[in-house]
Design a protein around this ligand. Sequence first.
Ligand code: BTN
Length: 239
Amino acid sequence: MQKIEWHEAIDSTMRRAAELASEGAASGTIVGADEQTAGQGRLGRSWESRRGGLYFTMVLRPKVEMRELPVVTLALGLAVADAVQMFTGLAVDLRWPNDVMVGDRKLAGILAQWHDGAVLAGIGLNVGQADFAPELHAAATSLALETGSVQNRDVLLRAIAASVETHVKVLESSGVEAILRLFGAASSYVAGKRVRVELPGGEVRGTTAGLTAEGFLILRREDGTEMTVTAGGVRPCGA
Ligand code: BTN
């Protein structure tokens, strides 16, 4: 039986899941909250976590090497995208490494971290929000805004959790290549997309040219040279 610890409000489900992982929580354990007061995003950003969204972290113990975390991250994006599509019928895209998008707007964000031998899979899905903070207006969307109806968060939680388990099994049994293939088929960002990438040293522009064996994004710059993007915000040119 899967353990779910639910909070009305919490600072971050990542913080609580880290505690549980250190205490030896079983794979599949979930910590969720109706709202977070200090939601964490990728690259040290914060994650707006007002009521209406689905916020949870799953403790996973996949049989993978630590260096395969980037591919676990891709598998998590696929898992959320599949569950959302099955559940709502909405066509979604994956922006490398794992943002779930409807067009150019972000529907869900995923944060994957190693902690004490476990993977903490943090998932934030915009479900019932009718509005976002002004700085997110143009960049975020929710299932309610896209489908015109409010979805049941509990059913969504269980659908996503089952999809995460399935995709982790695919990674364990069929290997990294299977996840890379599935991601390439599901994401418009992997090849042939003109993007700009925000890197610590400044912005780089180019066209995406596939994934490396480790799951990183290959970018062909305007001068024809290629570089590997290991982290950083990828945006379509013009956005
Ligand atoms: C991103 O920047 O796109 C990743 C966002 C991840 C947000 C989720 S919400 C549940 C979990 N708890 C957190 O504090 N962050 C993750």
